[in-house]
Design a protein around this ligand. Structure first.
Ligand SMILES: *Cc1c(COP(=O)(O)O)cnc(C)c1O
Length: 408
């Protein structure tokens, strides 16, 4: 990274003048924390007591036997509090908010997972919390909205524009500009203006640090390949960073949706549909048309359904350090189903993308080799989405009955 927050050709901080001072404050508190060894200790202790860290690695013995190739291990980020790696980022930022002496946090959320994680962190630290969410998403994600409100957050439905994630981002920035002195904006992934991509990746690096140590302890050697799904890129950055200096192949798996040729996907780095641009305060590959208008994206997994991607991953792609692949909705459902039946673990739909790609490659690898898959989150909290994705008739009947009870 050079001085202005660039990773090769990507990144930067394209900010309105009014936010420059707040970003400077954030850069300073982040660099102080990074230079202070007691900060990382405090962070690890917090995560040990609150979020089950270190999360284990699980040997997937039955899947290994099923594919007959590489030994398959799973890093269990699903065992975090609130069910995903998002806890690592929000709790880390919570510690920085405390250091800055601020007492209010805001965030935007699409599917709602980042909103729930942020509301949880705010409750724990005693911060006020406002979550911006497109009105369409508020309607689609009622269970998450319910939890955010129960955790004490104010959820503001945004009706501007198309009333989805990007409109919520604009609204959250408007709030931030008016309340900078008291308020921190908790960005949810390794995207956005500097220092967010680097800072979020730093908090998530706890995954890779643990995983590397655990592989050596358990197997006495490192995996040949590490797989992670890529939405904004934070869980991938987290696990990959543990292996950057090793002879380990890193594979990022994007949402190929209904197929890379269908135009209905969210693959920025493994398709030819994205181009380099500046939006939302940073430079990276975006799924945009020639006029810079963002395209509609699609994925079965709400957490992967995003037009941009971490500038650090764009750089790692160009440098050839990380390979990017896509898994389709159909492949993801098959991988999820197989993993549940064979191992009794339930990956989130997002994480199942990493499993799907690993399953394509495992059979052709030797039995001496090891694969490590990052299970970024758990799927049982996604029962509405997964039951819909499986098109389960008994589930549908249950929902219809519920609705009937309320109408009676
Ligand atoms: C939000 C989410 C993702 C996508 O975010 P990244 O920043 O790409 O990690 C992946 N998996 C799960 C379970 C999520 O909740």
């Amino acid at each position: 990274m050079n001085k202005t927050g660039y990773f090769g050709n990507f990144g930067g901080a394209f900010l309105p003048e009014i936010l420059v001072a707040t970003f400077d404050e954030l850069k300073n508190v982040y660099s102080d924390a990074k230079g202070d060894p007691t900060f990382w200790q405090e962070y690890e202790q917090l995560m040990a007591g609150y979020s089950c860290r270190p999360t284990p690695i699980t040997f997937a013995e039955n899947l290994t036997r099923h594919f007959g190739g590489a030994k398959i291990f799973i890093k269990r980020e699903d065992l975090n509090h609130t069910g995903a790696h998002k806890a690592n980022n929000v709790m880390g930022q919570g510690l920085l908010v405390k250091r800055m002496g601020k007492r209010r946090v805001i965030a935007e959320t699409g599917a709602g997972q980042h909103g729930v994680a942020t509301a949880t962190m705010a409750a724990r630290f005693g911060f006020d919390c406002t979550i911006y969410m497109g009105v369409v998403d508020v309607e689609r994600q009622r269970p998450n909205v319910f939890w955010m409100e129960q955790l004490g957050a104010t959820v503001v439905p945004v009706t501007d524009g198309t009333a989805i994630l990007k409109d919520a981002i604009n609204e959250a920035f408007r709030d931030w500009v008016s309340n900078m002195d008291s308020t921190h904006y908790v960005l949810g992934t390794a995207c956005g203006p500097h220092p967010f991509p680097e800072m979020v990746s730093w908090f998530q690096s706890i995954i890779g640090k643990e995983a590397r140590r655990q592989m050596l302890e358990s197997e006495g050697r490192l995996p040949s390949k590490v797989f992670a799904c890529v939405g904004g890129g934070s869980n991938a950055m987290g696990i990959f960073s543990g292996f950057f200096d090793d002879d380990v192949k890193l594979v990022g798996v994007e949402a190929a949706g209904r197929g890379l040729d269908s135009g209905e996907h969210a693959s920025r780095l493994c398709s030819n549909d994205a181009s380099i641009g500046v939006a939302q305060g940073y430079k990276t590959y975006f799924l945009q048309d020639e006029d810079g208008q963002m395209k509609e994206t699609h994925s079965i997994a709400a957490g992967l359904d995003y037009v941009g991607v971490s500038p650090i991953l764009s750089d790692l792609k160009e440098k050839g350090r990380v390979r990017f692949e896509g898994a389709t909705d159909v492949e993801v459902i098959d991988a999820l189903s197989l993993t549940m039946r064979k191992e009794g673990v339930i990956p989130a739909l997002e994480s199942a993308h990493a499993f799907a790609q690993a399953f394509k490659e495992a059979p052709d690898m030797s039995t001496d080799e090891i694969i490590l898959i990052n299970q970024s989150g758990r799927g049982d909290k996604d029962i509405f989405t997964i039951a819909d994705a499986f098109d389960d008739p008994k589930w549908k009947q249950f929902i219809i009955e519920k609705a009937r009870q309320y109408n009676a």
